[in-house]
Every structure is written in C-alpha cells, then in structure tokens.
Design a protein around this ligand. Structure first.
Ligand code: BEZ
Length: 169
C-alpha cells in the first residue's frame, strides 16, 4: 500500500532498536508516539551526505523552535543498525535534542509503504526520506521526498509551517 493510505491511521505496532548503555533495547513504536505531538523524520542512511550535512543539522539547529511551536518530541528514524545510529547521533546531536531510532529491520518503513530500493547506490533496501507529524499516535501529515537525494518538503521549516490538517504531500 502507498504511504497516503496510512494518513489518519495509527502508528504501526512495531519495535525500533535503541542502543542504551551499550545494549540494544527494543522500543515499542506506539509507546514512543502516544500522548504527544511528534515530528519524525525518516532518512535513508546514517553518514550519507544529504542526511548528514543537511537534513539532521537542520532539525538540530531548529529543535528549540520546533519544541516551542508545539512538538513534544523530535524523532529521527533510520534503517541503520543501533550501533551505527548511536555513533551518528552523538556526532550530529551531542546534546540529544532528537531521539534516534533504528528501523534496521525496516518494520516501520514496510508497515507504512515507505521502503526505497537503492541498489544502484549500493544501499540495498532502505527507507524513503520522509517527514511525519503525529498527534497522540495518529498520523496527521506525511511528506515523502520525490527521491531520497532531494530535500525539498521534509525540512524543519515544513514542520513549522504544517498545521494539524490531515494531509499528504
Ligand atoms: C544522502 O546523501 O542522503 C544519500 C545518498 C545516497 C543514498 C541515499 C541518501
């Protein structure tokens, strides 16, 4: 199913991976998104240029503004393993403004039709570059870039401009 079919629905019942004190923990997706307004960005890969030099720094830079505008939690979802993701998160967001969650099994991306096949770039199966706004676990707004290398509609300014209307762009 295409991502637009999931607008208005709940966050899928899957688990993310998170490295804590050197151990991999399973984190329940519905728990993370419940009882709050969240902006989550999905990126195709840690350490890739657009993600590392543009997408994550933009959200780190504007984290305070996003929180002040009403987002309770900022999340980055990436298809890397929890070890890589933890190292990348520490480098880009040392003060921990964003929660980085591993979708290394692509459960989240598959459940929402957000997988991307990138064999020509030697990345195999990853996820699209997306931005999702959720309220109490319900998907209100989902934006998917036309391709993983573009960064045009999933920026922090798009999250700041988005209202609570249900929409897919
Ligand atoms: C990036 O620069 O973010 C990127 C590069 C290759 C594949 C996917 C993403």
């Amino acid at each position: 199913m295409k991502p637009e079919h999931f607008i208005g629905g709940q966050i899928p019942n899957i688990t993310f991976g998170l490295l804590k004190d050197g151990e991999i923990q399973a984190v329940d997706a519905q728990m993370v998104f419940s009882h709050r307004k969240v902006v989550a960005i999905g990126v195709p890969g840690a350490y890739t240029p657009v993600c590392t030099e543009q997408h994550i720094p933009d959200f780190v830079r504007n984290a305070t503004k996003l929180k002040r505008s009403g987002y309770d939690k900022l999340i980055c979802i990436a298809p890397n393993d929890p070890f890589v993701l933890e190292r990348w998160a520490r480098e880009l967001d040392p003060s921990g403004k964003i929660l980085f969650l591993s979708d290394g099994n692509l459960e989240f991306a598959r459940a929402l039709g957000l997988t991307a096949e990138l064999p020509s770039l030697f990345l195999g199966e990853r996820c699209e570059r997306f931005m999702m706004i959720t309220v109490n676990g319900k998907i209100q707004n989902l934006r998917v870039e036309p391709n993983v290398l573009t960064y045009s509609c999933t920026r922090s300014e798009d999250a700041l401009a988005a209202d609570d209307e249900v929409c897919l762009i």
